[in-house]
Ligand binder design. Sequence first.
Ligand SMILES: [Cu+2]
Length: 171
Amino acid sequence: MKIHRFEKLWLAFSLLLIVGFIGTVTYGAVGEGIQMVSDDGDEVDPTKLDQHPKFGDPGVEKTGPNEYAVYVVASQFQYTPGSFGNPIRVPTDANVTFYVTTKDVIHGFDVAGTNLNTMAIPGQVAEVTVRFDEPGEYGILCNEYCGSGHHGMEGKLVAVPKSQYEGGDGE
Ligand SMILES: [Cu+2]
C-alpha cells in the first residue's frame, strides 16, 4: 500500500502532538511545586480541633528568622482567621507555610491572584509554603462546594511589606 508523503508527514505530526499533550498533562500533574493533598501529612481529629495546640487558637506565628507558620481552620462558611474583618496578615519576602484543615466538610482555600490553592479535608492538614513578593490584599475563596452558604465563603489575606511587619502589630 502506498501512503502519500504528506499523509505520512501529517501522521508523524499528529503522533508528536499526542506525545506533547501527554507531556504537558503529566507536567501539570506532577511538575515542580504541584502536589496533591496526601495522607502522609499531619492528621488531626476534626471534632477536637479546639483542643489542638495550634488549631485551637489558629493564626500566624513566627517560626524562624524569616519563616512564619499560618494555621487556618475552615468551616461552614468561614476561615479562621481570614473571614469577618479578621484578615490573615503575613509579611512579604518571607517563607510562609500554611497549615489548613477543616472541622466539618471539604472546603477550598484559594488565595486569588496567587498560586496558593489547596483543599481542606477533614482530618488532614494541608501544608503549603509560599512567598509573597508583592504587598497587597488578596481575597480568599472556597472553591469546593461545601453547603448552602458556599457562595459567600470568603476571607482576606494581607501581605504587609516586610519592613512594616516586624515592628507592626504582626503576631
Ligand atoms: Cu465552599
